[in-house]
Write a protein that binds this ligand. Structure first.
Ligand code: ASP
Ligand code: MG
Length: 415
C-alpha cells in the first residue's frame, strides 16, 4: 500500500488536477491519496475567519473563494457538473451567518478546514467522472487529536487503530482524504498546523505500514537551497531521516517538520517527487546514512530580530536573567533561532511577529537595557566550507556568526 500527498500547488487549477489524476491513475497498488486545499485557499479562508471574527465584511473574500473554485469546477466537469458540489459552499456561508464564540482558535479551525473539504469533494467527483473511483474518507473521523485548535496534538494509538480499521481497501483500491485536518474525540474539527498535510500523509502511512510515502511537489525534489532566492540550486538525491529533520528544523520549507518522525519510526521511505515531471526521480529519504549528501545546504529564514539585553545595574548577565528572558519567550510563543552570551549581554535571534514582538519589548524594557536589530535574516549552512560561508556574507552586514562542526549560522542584514 502506498500514500501519495498532493499539496495546494499541485491542484491549483484544472491543468494541475489533470496531471495529478494521471499520476494517481498510473499507480496500480492500493493507494491513499491525501490532498490539501487548492492553491492559496487556506490563506483566503484565514482572512475570512479573521474578518468574520472581528465582525468586518468578508464579502469580497467569499466571492473570490467561490469564483476560484467555480472556475476549476467548470473547467474539470464542463457540462457534467455534479449537483452536490455547491452544498459545502452553503454550509460555510451558513456557518458565517452565526455569531462567533469567544475562542478564535476554535473558530479558525471550523472555517479554515473548508479548504480541504472543498478540494476533496471536487476531486473525488472528478475521479468518479473519469471512471477511476476512489472512496472518500473523512479524515476527521480517523486522525484523532487533542483540543489544541490550530496546532492539534495527535492521539497516536487511537489514530493508528482507526486508520487500520478504515483503510482496508474493501471497495476500491484507492482512497481520497483530506490532509491538515483532524478531529477531537467528540468530533470537533481541528487542524495540525499550517502546511500540515505532509504530516497527515506521514501519519496515515505509518499507521497502515505503507511501503512508501510520495509527496508530489512543484520542485524537482529537495534542493540544497530555495530556488526563489538562490541561483543554480542542486537537487539532493538521497538524504537520511536525521539530516532531513535537521534541515526542516532550521527552516527548510520543502516538507513539514513533523513529517519525518512517524516515517522514521516505521522505517518507511519518503519520496519527494515533481508532479510536473513525474517520471524523473526526486529525493529519497531513508534511514540509510551511507549515501549522505555532503555538499553545502543553504537555509534562509527572514523576518528575524536580534535582541541583546543587559542588566540595568552595572552587573554581569546571570543565569536568572536568561531564565527570565526565556520564560517571556515561552509565554509569548516566540521561537528562538540562536543565542549568544558574553559577560555583560545576552543576545537572542527570534522570529519577528509584530504583535508579540511589541509585547516582548515592553516587558524587557521594564527590567533590562535592550538593543535590537530589525530587518535581519538568519542563514544556516549545513556542510559549510569557506566558499559557501564567504558567499553568504558577501555584500551583507553580519551581526553574528556561529559554527559547529557541520553547521554555520549567520544573522545578517542585506545591504
Ligand atoms: N492547506 C493547508 C495549508 O495551506 C495545509 C497544507 O497545505 O499542507 O496550510
Ligand atoms: Mg499548502
Amino acid at each position: 500500500m502506498l500514500v501519495y500527498k498532493f499539496g495546494g500547488a499541485s491542484i491549483k487549477d484544472a491543468e494541475s488536477i489533470h496531471k495529478m489524476t494521471n499520476i494517481v491513475n498510473a499507480c496500480n497498488d492500493n493507494l491513499v491519496v491525501v490532498i490539501s486545499a487548492m492553491g492559496k485557499t487556506t490563506n483566503l479562508l484565514e482572512r475570512i475567519a479573521r474578518l468574520w471574527f472581528d465582525e468586518n465584511s468578508y464579502k469580497q473574500e467569499m466571492d473570490e473563494l467561490k469564483m476560484y473554485h467555480q472556475r476549476i469546477i467548470h473547467e474539470l466537469f464542463e457540462e457534467h457538473i455534479p449537483s452536490n458540489l455547491g452544498g459545502l459552499y452553503h454550509e460555510l456561508a451558513d456557518k458565517l451567518m452565526t455569531k462567533p464564540s469567544m475562542d478564535f482558535q476554535y473558530e479558525y479551525d471550523q472555517i479554515v478546514s473548508f479548504g480541504e473539504k472543498f478540494s476533496t469533494r471536487i476531486i473525488e467527483a472528478y475521479f468518479n467522472l473519469l471512471n477511476t473511483p476512489a472512496e472518500f474518507v473523512d479524515i476527521t473521523e480517523v486522525i484523532k487529536t487533542d483540543r489544541n485548535f490550530r496546532n492539534a496534538g495527535v492521539l497516536w494509538d487511537l489514530t493508528q487503530k482507526l486508520s487500520k480499521e478504515r483503510f482496508t481497501f474493501s471497495t476500491y483500491n484507492k482512497y481520497i482524504t483530506q490532509g491538515f485536518l483532524g478531529g477531537t474525540t467528540n468530533n470537533q474539527i481541528t487542524t495540525l498546523g499550517r502546511e500540515g498535510s505532509d504530516y497527515s500523509a506521514a501519519l496515515i502511512a505509518a499507521a497502515c505500514d505503507a511501503e512508501k510515502l510520495v509527496v508530489w511537489k512543484d520542485v524537482p525534489g529537495i534542493m540544497n537551497a530555495d530556488p526563489a532566492w538562490f541561483n543554480d540550486p542542486q537537487k539532493i538525491d538521497f538524504i537520511s531521516y536525521k539530516e532531513a529533520i535537521e534541515l526542516t528544523y532550521y527552516g527548510a520549507k520543502v516538507i513539514h517538520p513533523k513529517t519525518i518522525k512517524p516515517l522514521q519510526e516505521k522505517n518507511i521511505p519518503l519520496y519527494v517527487n515533481s508532479f510536473v515531471e513525474p517520471d524523473t526521480t526526486g529525493t529519497i529519504i531513508t534511514s540509510e546514512s551511507d549515501k549522505k549528501f555532503s555538499s553545502p545546504v543553504f537555509i534562509r529564514k527572514q523576518n528575524q530580530v536580534l535582541i541583546s539585553i543587559r542588566p540595568k545595574t552595572p552587573d554581569f548577565v546571570a543565569e536568572t536573567d536568561i531564565s527570565h528572558l526565556f520564560q517571556m519567550l515561552v509565554d509569548l510563543n516566540i521561537s528562538v533561532q540562536l543565542t549568544q552570551m558574553s559577560a555583560a549581554t545576552f543576545t537572542v535571534c527570534v522570529d519577528k511577529n509584530e504583535y508579540t514582538f511589541d509585547q516582548l519589548l515592553k516587558q524587557l524594557h521594564d527590567h533590562y537595557e535592550v538593543r535590537y536589530n530589525e530587518a535581519s535574516e538568519i542563514i544556516t549552512i549545513r556542510n559549510y566550507d569557506d566558499d559557501s560561508l564567504a558567499k553568504m556574507k558577501n555584500g551583507c552586514e553580519v551581526l553574528i556568526e556561529q559554527r559547529t562542526r557541520k553547521t554555520a549560522q549567520i544573522v545578517r542584514i542585506t545591504k
